[in-house]
Design a protein around this ligand. Sequence first.
Ligand code: ACO
Length: 328
Amino acid sequence: MQRPVAQIDGLGIAVPDRVVTNADFEKTLDTTDQWIVERTGIRERRIAAPGEMLTPLAVAASERAMAQAGVTAADLDVIIVATVSGDRRMPSQACDLQAALGAANAAAFDLGAACSGFVYGVSVAEGMIATGQGRTILVVGAERLSTITDFEDRSTAILFGDGAGAAILRPSDGRRGILSMFLKSDGRLAPLLHIPGGGNLEPPSEQMIRDRRQFMKMAGREVFKAAVLAMAEATDEAIRRAGISPDDIDLLVPHQANVRIIEATAKHAEIPMSKVMVSVDRYGNTSSASIPLAIDQAVAEGRIRRDSLVLLVAFGAGFTWGSMVVRW
Ligand code: ACO
């Protein structure tokens, strides 16, 4: 087993108060609670209230992570925010977070890897710690996906939720920390899950808005198939690179998009569902926030403890995917 360079010292989350249940969608869309639960495993999700921005959620999650790690804003060397739904296009969400935290000594930048963003962010932080560019790094996965979700499209509206999760990365004590890392992408598959309008390809226009092209478009069945293949590769690679066997894993924490994708991933990895974290029922798919939200719940339920061997696996738009084995 490799000697880890960086470890996760603190973790915090924050979600909007507003709960939207499947029954709520039954009132506005041609859908049923039964269909949503059977096809996705989702029962409810948190949706930000009008005017409720992402920055305060990211701040609340970050402050919890910092308190747990025993660090202050002044200690932060780097802030990395993984998001596809920041409060504005420029400057970065990370700079808004840096200002709100008063992290006077930190570099700050956003990272765009969609639902794989948290795993990608931790990987970048690990590299920066390894090369001495920082000793205390805040990695945040934060999304207000409700801004980019088309609530008139039943095939996507029911899937997504808002939330934020934050982690403090610091140099490893030599035993705990990240034991392996795997990242990959395939941009040829971008049209299967993308936002067509609002950028250079289709600049904002009245027609674009009328056609609802500012929202996420997804070919669900194709995304599903690609996700299962990618998550299988990612679990294999993280386990192989850590030099362990699937039996050694105490808990698999996959990206929470759909319980059927999670079950397929566990089956491929030969990890029983009793060792798999599922929180998609409570939060839906929160993209880059989904893995920290699931970890937070696992810790609260006593399913991740000090020294647990945890496998994180993510997949998202891009497509991007990645994984890591962490000694907690
Ligand atoms: N309620 C009722 N019926 C629906 C709904 C709904 N909310 N949505 C779609 N349907 C219908 C479809 O119209 C279709 O009807 P038809 O047969 O008459 O055409 C039928 O249900 C089956 O549709 P499919 O799309 O084939 O359903 P599927 O079983 O594939 O489930 C789902 C759809 C849940 C979207 C699934 O494909 C999925 O989870 N895909 C992956 C999504 C995902 O993980 N995305 C994010 C990954 S990356 C990231 O996290 C950003």
